[in-house]
Ligand binder design. Sequence first.
Ligand code: ADP
Ligand code: ZN
Ligand code: ZN
Length: 681
Amino acid sequence: MPKASPLLRIAVPTPLRRSFVYQPPETLTGPEIDALRPGIRVRIPFGRRQLVGILLELTHEQDVETGRLRPALEVLDREPLIPEHLLRLCQWASAYYQHPVGEALHSLLPVALRQGKEAQVRPWPKADTDTADQDAAQPLSLNQEQSEAVQTVLGELEGFSCHLLDGVTGSGKTEVYLQIIAEVLAQGRQALILVPEINLTPQTIHRFRQRFQRPIAVLHSGLTNRQRLDAWLRAGDGSAGIIIGTRSAVFTPMQNPGLIIVDEEHDTAFKQQDGFRYSARDLAVMRARQEDINIILGTATPALESLHNARQGRYRHLRLYERPGARRKTRFELLDINGQRLQEGFADELLTRIRHHLDAGNQVLVFINRRGFAPVLQCGDCGWVAECSHCDARLTLHRSPLHLRCHHCERRRPPDRHCPDCQSHDLVPVGLGTERSEHLLQNVFPEHRVIRIDRDSTRRKEAMDEHLADIRKGQPCILVGTQMLAKGHHFPDVTLVAVLDADSGLFSADFRGQEHMAQLLVQVAGRAGRADKPGEVLIQTRHAEHQSLQTLIHDGYHGLAGQLLGERAEADMPPYSQLALLRAEAATAGAAANFLQNARRQSEALLAQHADEGTATVELTGPLPAPMEKRAGRYRAQLILRSPRRSTLQGLLTALCQQLEADPDSRRVRWSIDVDPLDML
Ligand code: ADP
Ligand code: ZN
Ligand code: ZN
């Protein structure tokens, strides 16, 4: 009897947490089947549809009797489109983040390849390869700290190691990357650089092209499908030495991987917040380990997780304390606004300082983490406030154009003319947004330009670049904006950074609130005094005595981070424990809670089965209503799962997911699992 030909185990893009087994296509001969390699695409029948799946392995195991297995229709690739190590990474991620493997793999492919199009690489366009118009930039001569960092990494370039490059803003981390990359390229290997924001890619690319005078493969959401495909294929065939991209670029194939860099590693943008909820930073570390290469996590404000890993010796901690050259450190100052007269949120003292800096020919940055004109529209007579009818949230007043908008579900409506409760016409905007600050500043400083940068003012594709070009002209001006301003940009002429309100971060309901507040303040502050001019940072607060603010001002980010780590240890919170959230949303609060109550019972039963094994356990909290219970018309609740051991939590989640998926009642709610959640909202 001839040996039975192997079957194909295929990852199919469906929400089911499993793979599927098919017969090989009928047209293939035995040797052709044996030659099929994991990572190729296969067209398969699925129900009444045809889908593109990825071959995971040849197998002799089957889930149902052979007679009922359907044959695959067509093999789409000769060579694996997804190299073996990436396939493994993705399978690992799918298991770790409890996301269906077919969907996970699918999401990493460029759209054209998901659709089954041919993986044909095109030559580089002339604009990419033409470096004649660019001035070549020579490597800078490094200061002592930079040089030590470069030497340390180069000394360990063989094999896996993870470096936390922890350097104050402006300390020259990028120069460190560049000099290490030069060596990686000289060895004929590739470097993958992950950045948190699409806005940061143009300036990064520019710097890299000037230095290396070679084309760079770029991957982010602003590209056409064709551009994305090209970049992906050029990385995969090794023709791109440098690959720069945002979050999902962590899944870019590389022919000769040599180095991964995650810049601004603390940035929450590296965590995908819906669907496949992976952390690109954590996956990058996993990937470097699997591919046996180096990884550098760079930041001025390390995530507490990364700092903890460095303290434990898992990451090598490289520190840059100095800014190269004669540039002085930024000075922090708290401005206590209790009992002070405020003009639209600005203390007189602050306005005086702003004038002083403008008069000296410098630029000023005003940071306020809220878009719109005012976060609240309130009745001056009875206290009524305008709320979203679909969310537990207040509506934000926008002035240009005039409307009320919910920042959680994006619903908008015209502002009320009078109070619906008491008919009063005395409706007052309360609180501050970027538009309101822009308005005030323009009135107080009519002779200067006020440039507002937030999601509304940069909606148009080129708007951000135009604003940045304006600012680079160096004329005295005021920049007003949200955290978009805090990220990675260089504003060499900014000498004063004003933070209008530091207080919301101090009292956040989220256990990461203070960490994120500190990162934000330090990053915003880092925009000041980057050139030869010294910078100062003024923080308005009603809680100048707050211990966290005091620690931040006097002992810097690392002082506060140490304190926060101590508190986390005390409270058994990450990084000292592992967290996952089971979230549910439904048309009624009761349905969401019932589902989670049921999930809790199942979890308890699963845990009881293993109770005698003496392993760590999982603590369950909830179901609790989400901090914002109603959003976009649906009620949200959550069950918090916490364990001292990753593997224990992992095991429970996997078993629980399978049960929930199989339970027809689950279909009545929308549920999801968030492993290592970054926010609890
Ligand atoms: P970071 O990424 O740490 O915020 P950058 O790498 O952007 O800092 O460097 C900040 C500025 O310092 C840049 O203008 C850069 O050209 C300059 N710089 C970096 N290293 C040196 C050096 N060794 N000597 C002189 N200038 C340097
Ligand atoms: Zn009223
Ligand atoms: Zn809403």
